[in-house]
Design a protein around this ligand. Sequence first.
Ligand code: DAH
Length: 366
Amino acid sequence: MSEEKKQVEQILDRFENEFEKFTNIAKSKFDGLTLKVAEKLQKEISEVRIKHTGKKSELSGAKKLIGKVAPENRADFGKFVQSIGKKIENSIEETEENLKTFIEEAKIEREKIDVTLPGRRPRVGHLHPITLLRQQIEDIFVSMGYAIEDDREIETDYYNFDALNIPENHPARESQDTFYTTDGFALRSQTSTVQIRAMERRGVPLRVIAPGRVFRRDTPDQTHTPMFHQIEGLCVDEGITMAHLKGTVTEWLKRMYGKETKTRFRPSYFPFTEPSAEFDFSCFKCEGNGEFEGNKCGTCRGSGWIELGGCGMVHPNVLQNCGVDHKKYSGFAFGFGLERMCALMYSLDDIRLMFENDVRFLEQFN
Ligand code: DAH
C-alpha cells in the first residue's frame, strides 16, 4: 500500500477511535439513556462530524492530495479517499439517525398522557368538631320536637341582661363582661338572649334550642377563649315542671352518651331561673366509677361526674318581660358550653386548639 493510502487509513483509524464511544452507545440501543443526555450526545456528534468531515478536517486535506499523486495512481487513490470518506460519513449518519429516533421516542414517551391514571382527588374539607357536636345535639332535640332558633350575636344590654332579670349593678353582669361597640351594643355573653327573642317572636307555647357563639372578656388559656359556643334550651307551656326539665336533660344525655348515663342536678343560682340548678352527667369514660383501668379517671378527675351546664324554671319576671302570662304558663331553660364538652370527648387538653385553624389538628375529626 502506498504511503498516501496508509496516511488516509490512519485518518479512518483516528476517527473510529474517537467515534467508538458513540457507536457503543448506539449498539446498546441507548439503554438507560435519559433524554437530556441523548440531546447532549446529538450535539457532540455534530461537532465530531465537523471535525472529521469539515473543511479543516484531515479528510478534506486528503482530498486535496488527490491532485498531487502521480497521474497513473490518481484514479485509484481518489477512489480510496472517497471510500474512506464514505465510511466516516456512514458511521456518523447511522448513529445520528438512531439517536434521533431514540430522542423522538423519548419525547413522545415524556409527553404521553396516560388517560387510565386516576385523577388527582381534590382535598375536600369537612365540618369542624364543634359543628359536628352541635349537629349531633340539634338532631336529638329536633327529634324531641324542638325548633332550632338562630339569632344575632350583637345585642343590646336589654336582651343580654335586663330582660333576663339581671338589672344594672347586679353582680352577675361582672362575670359576663363582654365586648362593647361604640353605639351601646355588646357582643352577647350568653345564648340566653335567645330566650327573650324567641318568646317575643313566636309567643308561647314553644320549644326551642338556640346554638351560637358567645363572647366574654377572658384572657385565653387552656380552658378559656374570648369566643366560644353555647346551646340554650327553652320549653314553655302550660303545666311545665322541674320534672320535665330533668326528664328532657336526662333523655338527651342518654342519647348522647349511652343508656346507662345518669344525670344529677345540684341547687344553684341564676337570675333568670327560679329554682335554679346545675346539671352533671356520669362520666362516659369511667362510667361514673371515677377510676379507669386502675387509675383515677382523667376525664372526670376521679369524681365520676362531668359538670355541664345551668338550668332551672324560667323566672316569672322573664316571662313577664316577654309578655307571657306567668300564671298560665311555666317553662324550663338550660344552657351549656360546647368547647368543654368537645374537649372532654376528644381528650383535648387545650380548647384554643379548636380555633387556631391548624389543618393538622382539624383533619383528625374527619
Ligand atoms: N346563660 C348561663 C351561662 O352562660 C347558662 C344558663 C344557666 C342558661 C341556666 C340557662 C339556665 O338557660 O337556665 O352561664
